[in-house]
Design a protein around this ligand. Structure first.
Ligand SMILES: C[S@@+](CC[C@H](N)C(=O)[O-])C[C@H]1O[C@@H](n2cnc3c(N)ncnc32)[C@H](O)[C@@H]1O
Length: 253
């Protein structure tokens, strides 16, 4: 039920939105090189409109499997694949909590901003780990729990109870009042180009499921399972966002 709500939400919010290729590849290059990716099998778990699947495919992956529960986003991902002419990418509607792939199927599992939107993030990470080969690379970007998370959650939990037809209107009103603040902090022009502030607000405050963790919690989760942390970022840096932290880790052999 909740999973369907998340899928429908992303069908509305992200379907048309493809993050800028160059900015996304620059961010991707902080973690992977074409040499590391060349000839490898990749799972892009919660691929959305497919920007990172495209980047892996263009950087020489043998095959990238992008999965998502939002058919609308997958449709846009498929068009991106056609536009770039990438026979080494495929997109499937799958729930990352129950993947149809055998154990140890992928060399790299990438999940940018996705496990925290599932009903059970620890179970989602465990499922991703199952499909990763021994010695494979696991990339996670996860919403960070901060001192003000509870304020965001009060706002979000109030707004998701409002009727669906009012969401666009409410997001536009919030954007109207929020724009001067965002401009003041000079975030707007640096943030997700091509996406309106009202769309960012929709993504942030109207999403049906959202979990937050501290970097320490996820580090402990990984290390308890024998994963070695290879790179971490306290702030994702993608679109200058400070909302996500990142761990790139390696599965034990
Ligand atoms: C914030 S978007 C991120 C999209 C993409 N990773 C990116 O960085 O551009 C989160 C995505 O996770 C997907 N998602 C949420 N729960 C999922 C699940 N259980 N299985 C697969 N995808 C899921 C949503 O449909 C949405 O497309």
């Amino acid at each position: 039920m909740n999973k369907e709500k998340v899928g429908r939400f992303y069908d509305v919010v992200w379907t048309e939105y493809v993050p800028e290729y160059e900015a996304s590849e620059k961010h991707w290059a902080l973690f992977y090189t074409p040499e590391e990716v060349s000839g490898k099998t990749i799972l892009d778990a919660g691929c959305g409109t497919g920007i990172f699947s495209t980047i892996f495919a263009k950087n020489g992956a043998a095959m990238v499997t992008g999965i998502d529960i939002s058919p609308g986003s997958l449709g846009t991902a498929e068009s991106l694949k056609q536009r770039f002419g990438l026979p080494n990418a495929r997109f499937e509607k799958q729930d990352m909590l129950h993947l149809p792939y055998s154990d140890a199927s992928f060399d790299i599992v990438w999940a940018w901003g996705t496990v925290h939107h599932t009903t059970n993030p620890p179970a989602a990470i465990t499922e991703l780990m199952r499909t990763l080969k021994p010695g494979g690379s696991l990339f996670l970007a996860i919403y960070k729990k901060t001192k003000v998370t509870w304020i965001h959650e009060i706002i979000r939990k109030t707004l998701v109870r409002t009727p669906r037809w009012s969401w666009n209107f409410l997001a536009k009103v919030m954007a109207f009042f929020g724009t001067p603040i965002v401009f003041f902090f000079k975030k707007r022009e640096k943030s997700r180009k091509g996406e309106k502030l009202s769309e960012l607000i929709l993504d942030w405050y109207f999403v049906p499921i959202r979990h937050y963790y501290t970097p320490e919690e996820i580090k402990a989760f990984l290390e308890e399972r024998g994963y070695a942390i290879e790179k971490s970022l306290a702030h994702s840096g993608r679109f200058d966002s400070s909302s996500n932290f990142i761990y790139k880790s390696r599965k034990p052999l």
